[in-house]
Design a protein around this ligand. Structure first.
Ligand code: NOJ
Length: 557
């Protein structure tokens, strides 16, 4: 078992595995638990401390496993509970931990709870959010995240049920104490089996304004955010769960919270409030969304990105804790999105990684990010699998609201499938991911970008990530130092310092393909510095100009 100290997760790095796309052991084209077990030495070499496993539970697979029909079992496509036990042991033996994905804002519509609720079973009838219709239509004007209304009519019950996501994902009614007790039981069941914590899916959606009022109209539907995100009983529900499930246990808890503000996150993550260790906020990954939403992207404005992330750094310092991420299974690949996945792929992937990994908080690495994996660059809708992408295409293009070329350009840049193409292990067939036919196409650039080549090359993105992760273990200033922003108005350079026990860390990253001079304040660039890490050969001293996409970290004593 890994060593324990109360705040072990503060100096940890988490690696997210999206199981269907990681490694397939049985040739059915879908990754599985034995496949993951076969790659544990790779994770150990990278140096990560924790694995967060995206859902592996039985699921009709409408939303790739985020529609669960049994929370305490393993879907046969991934293996068995015994495979999960072997994964847990394999990680623990190597000093790593295993965090599960807890998806409890909603279930699948095929979950036995929903079937019973639909049929009016007295034990389950109030497990979901059911309401009579209004004026011959749904109870309010809310639209769902995945296009269309957030309500579906059920003939049998003669009522509508709420689904903030797909109609196959009915929302549980957390106002019902029996629902909360059932959720606690699921979490306790996994902890008893040896899980080391939870990533909690859209956990700030669970408390809704019980009156379910209309939201401000944003097109065809109303926006539910005001009445269903960070609702009135949010803190109470999380505190109750902490006291019932997490208190006194050596676990990591991270709440996924779209729309959360720094001020709210400070309450959620301040240890005195006993709610969560950290949250995933979305501000920095929503900045490039245009007026038409995520599929209408705008170029990145580095000054705005810095203003946002810097505010989170200073806002949670001493009073809470950040999670740090660029990528996950819902976001396009960062090197394609904010970097340059052509000429400067390695330089930009490593500069962008350095910018984040030197901040205060717990870094999350999404599978393949450590290889500098790029977007899929698909231009045919038939190659996509994600229901959000397919629904958007159907509603916007087929109705003629967005022309096909514009929609496809937005989808190619922003679709979640960019993150879901198979992990690139080798230059060989199907990137070494499967011997069968992969459920989603392999990126053709696996012949150049793959783990085998990266591990063999000390100048690769992989080894840069490995060094960044190792530095966090060696220098306490990286986990604990106080953050101070520098050069906030500079449109090309991301710069900041971290200070701890008389040590100062200076982080400089050039987010452009030009050489740039850095005008540092006198008191920062003193003479006594050591270079902790750089991403280009022959790095200069602190004030030296930054070459295209160069990143350097200097330590002053
Ligand atoms: C957030 C998950 O990360 C995403 O993949 C999923 O579609 C929604 N929650 C609904 O569960």
């Amino acid at each position: 078992m890994p060593e324990s100290s109360a705040d072990w997760w503060k100096s940890s790095v988490v690696y997210q595995i999206y199981p269907s796309s990681f490694s397939d052991s049985d040739g059915d084209g879908v990754g599985d638990l034995p496949g993951i077990i076969g790659k544990l030495d790779y994770l150990k070499l990278l140096g990560v401390d924790v694995v967060w496993l995206s859902p592996v539970y039985p699921s009709p697979w409408d939303d790739n496993g985020y529609d669960i029909s049994d929370h305490t079992a393993i879907d046969p496509r991934f293996g068995t509970l015994e495979d999960w036990d072997r994964l847990r042991d394999g990680l623990h033996e190597r000093g790593m931990r295993l965090v599960m994905d807890l998806v409890v804002n909603h279930t699948s519509d095929r979950h036995p709870w929903f079937t019973a609720s639909r049929e009016g079973d007295p034990d389950r009838r109030d497990f979901y959010v059911w309401r009579p219709g209004r004026d011959g239509g749904p109870p309010n004007n809310w639209g769902s995240v995945f296009s269309g209304p957030a309500w579906t009519y059920d003939e049998g019950r003669g009522e509508y049920y709420l689904h903030l996501f797909s109609p196959s994902q009915p929302d549980l009614d957390w106002e019902n104490p029996k629902v909360r007790a059932a959720v606690h039981e699921i979490a306790l069941w996994w902890l008893a089996r040896g899980a080391d914590g939870f990533r909690m899916d859209v956990i700030n959606f669970v408390s809704k304004n019980p009156k379910l009022p209309d939201g401000p109209r944003t097109g065809d539907y109303g926006d539910f955010a005001e009445h269903a995100i960070n609702g009135p009983r949010m803190h109470e529900f999380l505190h109750e769960m902490h006291e019932t499930v997490f208190a006194g246990r050596d676990v990591l808890t991270v709440g996924e919270m779209p729309g959360v503000s720094v001020e709210q996150a400070r309450i959620h993550t301040n240890p005195v409030n006993r709610e969560l260790d950290m949250v995933f906020q979305f501000e920095h990954v929503d900045l490039d969304h245009g007026p038409g939403g995520k599929f209408d992207p705008r170029p990145l404005d580095l000054v705005r990105l810095k203003a946002s992330l810097n505010r989170w750094q200073t806002g949670l310092n001493d009073r809470g804790w950040n999670s740090l991420y660029w990528n996950n299974h819902d976001q396009p690949r960062v090197v394609s999105r904010f970097g340059d996945d052509g000429r400067y792929r390695v330089e930009s992937a490593t500069a962008i990684a350095t910018t984040l990994h030197m901040m205060q908080g717990t870094p999350y690495v999404y599978q393949g990010e450590e290889l500098g994996m790029t977007n899929a660059h698909l231009d045919d809708i038939a190659d996509y699998r994600d229901l959000e992408t397919l629904n958007y295409h159907r509603t916007m293009v087929e109705s003629g609201r967005v022309d096909a070329a514009t929609a496809m350009a937005g989808i190619a840049r922003m679709s979640r499938d960019n993150a879901r193409t198979p992990m690139q292990w080798t230059a060989g067939e199907n990137a070494g991911f499967t011997t069968g036919t992969p459920w989603i196409g392999v990126n053709p650039n696996h012949t150049r970008i793959n783990a085998e080549a990266a591990v063999a090359d000390q100048g690769s993105v992989f080894h840069h990530y490995r060094r960044l992760i190792a530095l966090r273990k060696k220098h306490q200033v990286i986990a604990h130092g106080r953050f101070a922003p520098l050069l906030e108005e500079d449109p090309r350079v991301y710069a900041y310092t971290r200070a701890y026990n008389g040590q100062v860390l200076l982080v400089l990253a050039n987010w452009s393909d030009h050489t740039v001079k850095v005008d540092l304040p006198e008191d920062v660039a003193g003479p006594d510095s050591t270079l902790l890490i750089g991403n280009l050969p022959d790095p200069g001293p602190a004030p030296a100009p930054l070459r295209p996409w160069e990143a350097r970290v200097h330590l002053f004593h």
